[in-house]
Ligand binder design. Sequence first.
Ligand code: NAP
Length: 276
Amino acid sequence: MSEQLTVVLGATGRTGRRVVEALQRDGHAVRAASRHGTGPGSVRFDWDDPGTWEPTLTGATGLHLMAPDGTPVDPAFVAAAVDHGVRRIVLLSSSAVEEMGDQRLLDAERLVRDSGAEWTVLRPSWFDQNFDEGFFAPSVMAGEVLMPVGDLRQAFVDAGDIAAVAAAALTRDDHAGQVLGVRGPQALTFAEAVATIARVSGREVRFDGDPEAYRAALTAAGQPEEVTEAELAAFSALRSRGDDEPDDVVERVTGRPPTTFADYATTAAARGAWRG
Ligand SMILES: NC(=O)c1ccc[n+]([C@@H]2O[C@H](COP(=O)([O-])OP(=O)(O)OC[C@H]3O[C@@H](n4cnc5c(N)ncnc54)[C@H](OP(=O)(O)O)[C@@H]3O)[C@@H](O)[C@H]2O)c1
């Protein structure tokens, strides 16, 4: 493809920010799209404001497609992307979408497969960065992480590795039409992951994987019962699926081994992620 321009949605987020960096490092032209991003190459994009879509898509040939948790991928946006000349779409989906019944992401996957563009679907496991940039960060700081999955093992993966896979799929021809699971190099229990963070941060942090503890905590926090029960059902389905197995996707696609959870945690701690 000549005159390539890749639009990266979620460009201020955990993965999108790193996709922008990976593409720019390799000299690719990027448009970084989000509501709050600033700086050269940024454009204001809002799923809830279709008036922002055309400036986002004009001149684009590639698209890193993601929608934040809870937000569906609007079919009209995907159609507009292809109408504007987007020829390649890489979708950030998630592992276990079928087992957990994640209709939002299953619908998004179907949209890109049917879009008429070349597509690659990424199905990453839990991001390492959930523990410092994401939804577990407040729990780590409070000293207790609750997740109703018991001793289930998950192949936590570094957002930088997911971004490197996304950047390769956006700029090379050899991943079109593929659904890529993207996993870290070890399958860890949450207890092991939390213990690693406790060790490198010097904080006391414990893990509780009991569904009853989860239900009690969220009820006390005022979360509606039906939301909590839906989450418990999804996590129960994840447990039934069994432990993750690490895969070789990161190394195969990027040519370098995936970051270990311990290396992620050590680097984050050195940066001061869990100070304060
Ligand atoms: N966390 C995990 O372990 C995990 C694992 C597998 C898959 N996933 C999937 O990954 C996705 C989340 O990716 P992430 O963690 O990189 O995202 P993130 O860090 O939560 O960032 C969300 C991004 O979306 C942008 N955004 C928020 N609302 C928007 C709106 N209305 N219109 C346009 N942009 C908006 C935000 O920027 P602005 O605020 O500047 O707009 C930000 O750049 C979800 O679909 C999730 O299911 C997550």
